[in-house]
Design a protein around this ligand. Structure first.
Ligand code: PEP
Ligand code: MG
Length: 902
């Protein structure tokens, strides 16, 4: 038979699945011999059974009786007894904390008779009747579903009648009257009397807690926090203790260490003659915990000893709730305490220094997200801000500047030393110069893997995208948000961590942790200045990151396309480049050359000339990057974007020609010729059109020029005694034949350049990106033609889900997340179940042909903490991510290697 009920003395902290977090920790404290009020936990399994069957299992009722009798025996009192009643609380407690989301009923066991008993034993009529009216109020609202305002209004009416303003001014007689009024409300609303049977109260409250698992707010909360809906909540039935029984009573909350600095000491708040609710509600000003030491030294000392014992036991910072009832200390709750990102690093290393935990454990207690928080400049928390809109938090940081609408304005502002934020409806690769000089980028369209977001993250530039409330008219130079119209004269501030957009200046503070990460310990400590807390933080980050580097199996590379990015990546600890996107090398000033190339005939002298021109420029690009990467691998991806990105916009051309015709002006024949080509090349869905390897095959000579430029650059460096390590990567491969064609061409080029220059280029490898389901599902074939694979999980997510990556995120993903279709965008964190399975299958198939084939990932997921753990598990060799995410990836790869804590 299933066991549903566990006495606090039966469980322990490992049983969170069954007993919930609160129940498991209450059991653990009981096991440690701490003064926990006796009680028992009804398991999550009982909740699941109740929600499934719509009724409590019969055996639960008998188990509850046994457990209750045990508690009664321990206390020497009985539930609802007329002269000295035992009172209990019935509290929810799920595996994961869901603060305020589910129900609690206190003071169960009071009725018309036992209230008198309580008055006698407590020596306070008022206390007893106040407790009783609280029970009817909470029970009425949560168990009987009565509108809570009915009770609140009744209190207000009575206060008005008595001419008082505070609840505390109501007398015992008033409370007695309220009880009558409340009972009337219950009767009116339900047609039944408030239950006088204490056990019935307890059972009904238990069911109400079970049901509260499925309230709308609980469901929404779980969706947001990615807590599964099928866990259910446990119910804790605990003997009531009262902190409001006079001056020798009180209640408080404390931490074993300062949760914001991590330093040990006495941290907490205390309220004399009060109940827990009063502390949480902030009704009265609390006293520092040390005040308890002055009031009752013995209790204070006992609490301090317990705090130490709990910290030793949990080997971590704990937070604790306690109550003092007439000079007797009771522990009501403990858990491993929440903390700031900085404290997480400091506490972890403090505990290592105190030899309380190992370095592996310390690593499992800090996260990449926490490190990210520490890396970015932030808006000064105390600064005043005027929020005007919100978009997607696409690349963290805090940027403030004048509004600019295009590259020219951005560059002019930068030249004049004016900070600016580039505001665009959406961005395309041509906006790169503006993005480089701007403090941040704000777009009205596009999701987190839109061009703006990917590029901004790559550069460590603050970016908020998809802010749909913005109406941007670049021609008119205005941004309209509702009623407001902003122009280039306005300053805006964007927060890349929250997606918030503010008007006006907002003060920003720098991150010394980033200084440490890019320039080393000495520089980081210098940046921390006199601030000891920051110095300690930097030392802690250094120690944990060094340990991660020591234990991790996954190598960490960076996605970088320029010498500057490559340098930055190395500073941040990148061990190579996993993705050099070559397309920007063809845009900007070079675009006219590509235009000529596309417009020329195959085999024509014009095309040959364009190839030569591009090859010379490409070689220079590669020379510079390979030089920076000396000795480290650099994966160069052959050009990928859709062809139309190199041509003028179709609508612009059409408009220009139409306007010329309408105004009787001569139409430029070059425009007409271009229009024919652009129309021919126009694609309905460019993301799935003439891209990647398809372009390489369609436009013979294009990939060849890139491969030759790369080999020649490598050969020149070898001749200079350097150690270039280029890898050629073919994008968007779907069939083995595609790869064969490019590989044959590539091998011939490598051989020819090696012979021509008289150097050994046998180290130049050729691999493919796995970005299409077909590639993953035929990886065992592709592997025969590939030296390595890199999973392009951006496109793989797009193609597995059938989501157009530039279109979906800002349009309907919010609704999808709200509706629980997924907890987070699959472009952000790998969809383990779907896309992840395709990756895992690709790995399996690839290794079935070539057990040692090098496998990596270079989609945005390569820098996402959860995804990194997945890539570790499926056995990839490396992840590649934006330079700024390299430290996070190093840390998470280390954490994946040591395994996570619970
Ligand atoms: C990918 O698809 O995951 C990838 C890295 O390529 P891109 O984002 O350039 O399409
Ligand atoms: Mg791709």
């Amino acid at each position: 038979m299933v066991k549903y009920v566990y006495d606090f003395s039966e469980g322990d902290k490992s049983m969170k699945d069954l007993l919930g977090g609160k129940g498991a920790n209450l059991a653990e404290m009981t096991k440690l011999g701490l003064p926990v009020p006796p009680g028992f936990t009804i398991s999550t399994e009982a909740c699941r059974a109740y929600l499934r069957e719509g009724a409590v299992p019969e055996s639960l009722e008998t188990e509850v009786t046994t457990a209750l009798r045990r508690v009664e025996d321990q206390m020497g009192r009985q539930l609802g007894d007329a002269s000295d009643p035992l009172l209990v609380s019935v509290r929810s407690g799920a595996k994961f904390s869901m603060p305020g989301m589910m129900e609690t009923v206190l003071n169960i066991g009071l009725n018309d008779v036992s209230v008198n008993g309580l008055a006698t034993v407590s020596g306070s009529e008022r206390f007893a009747w106040d407790s009783y009216r609280r029970l009817i109020q909470m029970f009425g609202k949560t168990v009987l579903d009565i509108d809570g305002d009915l009770f609140l209004n009744a209190i207000d009416d009575l206060k008005a009648a008595r001419g008082v303003t505070a609840d505390t001014e109501l007398t015992a007689e008033d409370m007695r009257e309220l009880v009558d009024i409340f009972k009337g409300i219950v009767k009116d609303a339900t047609g039944k009397d408030f239950p006088q049977d204490a056990r019935e109260q307890m059972d009904l409250a238990t069911e109400a807690v079970f049901r509260s698992w499925n309230t709308e707010r609980a469901r929404i909360y779980r969706r947001r926090e990615r807590i599964p809906h099928d866990l259910g909540t446990a119910v804790n039935v605990c003997t009531m203790v009262f902190g409001n029984m006079g001056e020798d009573s009180g209640t408080g909350v404390c931490f074993t260490r300062d949760p914001s600095t991590g330093h040990s000491g006495v941290y907490g708040d205390y309220l004399t003659n009060a109940q827990g609710e009063d502390v949480v509600a902030g009704i009265r000003n609390t006293l520092p915990l040390s005040a308890l030491g002055e009031q009752n030294k013995a209790v204070y000392d006992e609490l301090r000893a317990i705090m130490r014992k709990l910290e030793t036991h949990y080997r971590d910072l704990c937070d604790i709730e306690f109550t003092v009832e007439r000079g007797k200390l009771w522990m009501l709750q403990t858990r491993v305490g929440k903390r700031t990102a900085a404290a997480a690093f400091r506490v972890a290393i403090q505990l290592v220094d105190e030899k309380l935990i190992t370095r592996d454990e310390a690593l499992s207690r800090v996260t990449g997200d926490q490190l990210t928080q520490l890396m970015f400049p932030q808006f000064d928390a105390s600064a005043e801000k005027e929020l005007v809109a919100k978009g997607m938090a696409a690349s963290p940081g805090a940027a403030v500047g004048k509004i600019v609408f295009d590259n020219a304005q951005a560059e002019a502002a930068a030249a004049a030393g004016v900070k600016c934020v580039l505001v665009r409806r959406e961005t395309n690769p041509d906006d790169l110069p503006g993005m480089v000089v701007a403090e941040g980028v704000l777009t009205a369209r596009g999701g987190k893997t839109s061009h703006a977001a990917v590029v901004a993250r790559g550069m460590g530039k603050t970016c908020v995208c998809g802010a749909e409330a913005l109406n941007i008219d670049a021609e008119a130079g205005t941004v309209t948000i509702g009623e407001r119209v902003l122009t280039a004269a306005d300053t805006i501030a964007i927060d890349g961590q929250t997606g918030e957009i503010f008007i006006g200046e907002v003060a920003v503070t720098d991150s010394p942790v980033t200084t440490y990460l890019s320039h080393g310990l000495e520089a980081g400590l210098a940046a921390a200045g006199e601030n000891e807390g920051t110095q300690e933080l930097i030392r802690a980050v250094d120690q944990l990151l060094s340990h991660a580097d020591k234990v991790r199996r996954l190598r960490v590379r960076a996605n970088a396309d320029t010498p500057e990015d490559s340098r930055r990546a190395i500073e941040f600890g990148a061990e190579g480049i996993g993705l050099c996107r070559t397309e920007h090398m063809f845009l900007g000033a070079r675009r006219p050359i590509v235009e000529r190339l596309i417009l020329s005939e195959e085999g024509s002298p014009e095309r040959a000339a364009a190839f030569v021109e591009l090859e010379t420029l490409q070689k220079q690009d590669f020379l510079e990057m390979l030089e920076v990467m000396d000795g480290k691998a650099m994966t160069v991806r052959l050009i990928d974007p859709p062809l139309h990105e190199f041509l003028p916009s179709l609508s612009e051309l059409e408009v220009r020609i139409a306007v010329a015709r309408a105004t009787g002006k001569a139409v430029d024949p070059a425009d007409e010729e271009m229009l024919v080509t652009v129309r021919r090349m126009h694609e309905q869905n460019p993301m799935l059109g003439l891209r990647g390897v398809r372009l390489g095959i369609y436009l013979p000579g294009l990939f060849a020029l890139q491969m030759r430029a790369l080999c020649e650059a490598a050969a020149d460096l070898v001749a200079q005694g350097k150690a270039p390590h280029p890898e050629i990567m073919v994008p968007l491969v779907g069939s083995i034949r595609e790869l064969q064609l490019i590989r044959e061409e590539g091998e011939a080029i490598i051989a020819a350049v090696a012979a021509d220059k008289g150097v050994d280029l046998s180290g130049v490898t050729i691999g493919a990106m796995i970005e299409l389901p077909r590639a993953a599902m035929t990886a065992e074939d592709l592997a025969t033609e590939a030296d390595f694979f890199s999973f392009g999980t951006n496109d793989l997510t797009q193609t597995v889900w059938g989501f157009s990556r530039d279109d979906v995120e800002s349009v309907f993903f919010p609704r999808y997340i709200e509706s629980g279709i997924f907890g987070v965008s699959p472009f952000e964190s790998i969809d383990v179940h779907g896309v992840g399975t395709v990756v895992a299958e690709g790995v399996r198939r690839a290794r079935s042909t070539k057990p040692d084939i090098k496998l990596g990932v270079c989609g945005e997921h390569g820098g996402d903490p959860l995804s990194i753990h997945f890539f570790h598990e499926v056995g990839l060799d490396y992840v590649s991510c934006s330079p700024f995410r390299v430290p996070v990836a190093r840390l998470e790869a280390g954490r994946a290697a040591v395994g996570l804590s619970e």
